[in-house]
Write a protein that binds this ligand. Structure first.
Ligand code: SF4
Ligand code: SF4
Length: 442
């Protein structure tokens, strides 16, 4: 079943991972304040549970899950809620958030808590514990992890696919997590296999992380079927459908999910976060983030409290260089430019990349020369050239007919376009315009 195939199309952008690939993870000291947006995951935002003036301990809940596709938000440090209001969000908007001034002299010890014993729990109890722990997909999508643990009863899940591809240039968050915490990742795999009732798990890791592959292989369990599958380096292999194709040869049809081909995909960082719940009882209140790029003085892999402001994380990494021009949350292919240094690093923040003048020279766009390179690059076999023409003309409904919904905004088409047409950015705007049109009709 597992042939180690690759997916078709895709691109090979410069990896630029050398800045942090071998830099051990460090723990960042607690900042003076944290900003916790209620919207940090796909699904319904969390429901506020605290008021201005409340005191919270590290790990206390500040917002509850609002429904099944939602997770709670916990305080990542002990302190006092000094405001609840609109604050800059990494997605470029202003969003409701809890601002906590951290206690300067606190030992930051969480309250004593009961650590759930996973072996005695039913799958439904594991799902509830993972939801209560606020765990989301840490690879960037921030989809609540417990939802993936409870697929519909009529769907047969054959195996767990662990996503250690980390194909986005610059980022080394997953790489360092696998290299430094392989046991924790595998504990997460064990719990997830138990909850899903599957007997096989495969960890897909690109070959440019040999130390991560070696670290995982060294601690592979012998009592359950877990293997590491080294993968050819190719972007966007970390996209779920591409990873499934690369590892199993199976294609997820348009409009379908990984579970429809018998698989559930989970990121390595999310598995480590699940393991943490059953090791210490602590919810997701911190995460590993790569802070990198030639525009930051000391590129690093850090454990940061969720809600740390960008400016504090950058300051801990020595600050910006004089020629720093652009800051991205995420990598250069799919990342989001950050205009505001007060935006917080949230659960879904995989990394911060600071580009220099040299890296981000303004590029002029020219008319399409119909070279077809974008068609050859698109991993889901769309026609980006046609979609680009429709986007330029504002013909969004026709973009839908041309399968815009299948576009992952991976940026491969923009990357290869010799005319520098910002195709994927146009497709992202097209998706927003369509959503707005549909909301109006409804
Ligand atoms: S951004 Fe969309 S259209 Fe472009 S290559 Fe990626 S999936 Fe294809
Ligand atoms: S790569 Fe650019 S120039 Fe070439 S066909 Fe696609 S949109 Fe046109």
């Amino acid at each position: 079943m597992f042939g180690g195939l690759s997916f078709r199309h895709g691109v090979h952008p410069p990896e630029s991972k050398d800045l942090t690939a071998h830099v051990p993870i460090r723990r960042m000291p607690f900042p003076a304040e944290i900003i916790l947006p209620l919207r940090q995951h796909a699904g319904k935002p969390a429901r506020l549970m605290v008021a201005k003036g409340d005191h919270v301990e590290r790990g206390d809940k500040v917002a509850a899950a609002d429904g099944f596709v939602s997770v709670p938000i916990h305080a990542s440090g002990a302190g006092t809620v000094v405001d609840i209001g609109l604050y800059p969000h990494p997605d470029g908007t202003m969003a409701e958030a809890v601002r906590i001034k951290l206690d300067r002299f606190s030992a930051q010890l969480p309250r004593p808590r009961i650590v759930p014993q996973w072996k005695g729990l039913t799958p439904a109890q594991v799902v509830a514990a993972v939801q209560e722990g606020g765990v989301v997909g840490l690879g960037g999508a921030a989809f609540p992890a417990h939802v993936k643990l409870s697929p519909p009863k009529d769907i047969n899940i054959e195996f767990l696919l662990v996503n250690g591809a980390e194909c986005e240039p610059y980022l080394t968050t997953d790489h360092r997590t696998m290299a430094e915490y392989p046991e924790r990742v595998l504990f997460g795999v064990r719990i997830m296999m138990h909850a899903l009732g599957v007997e096989k798990a495969v960890i897909g890791v690109e070959r440019n992380k040999p130390d991560a592959i070696a670290a995982l292989e060294k601690v592979l369990p012998t009592d359950i079927d877990v293997t590491v599958q080294p993968l050819t380096v190719k972007y966007p292999q970390g996209a779920e459908k591409m990873l499934i194709k690369a590892v199993t040869g199976r294609e997820v049809p348009s409009g379908k999910l990984p579970m429809h081909v018998g698989s559930i995909v989970q990121n390595v960082g999310s598995l480590a976060a699940i393991a943490e719940i059953f090791e210490t009882g602590l919810p997701l209140i911190e995460r590993v983030v790569t802070i990198t790029g030639r525009g930051v003085k000391k590129p690093s892999n850090l454990i940061v409290p969720v809600g740390t402001r960008l400016r504090d994380a950058l300051a801990f990494c020595g600050g910006l260089t004089e020629d720093a021009t652009e800051i991205l949350f995420g990598g250069p292919m799919m990342g989001m430019p950050q205009p505001d240094l007060d935006a917080p690093l949230i659960k879904g923040t995989t990394g911060v990349v600071v580009l220099t003048r040299e890296d981000s020279k303004p590029r002029h766009s020219y008319p399409c020369i119909q070279c077809g390179h974008c068609l050859d690059a698109c991993p889901v076999f769309l026609n980006p050239q046609l979609l680009g023409q429709l986007a330029q003309a504002g013909r969004y409904e026709e973009m839908e007919t041309a399968h815009l919904a299948d576009c992952m905004i991976c940026g491969s088409c923009s990357y290869v376009c010799p005319s520098n047409i910002p195709l994927s950015q146009m497709f992202a705007l097209g998706k927003v315009a369509l959503r707005k049109q549909k909301a109006k009709v409804a």
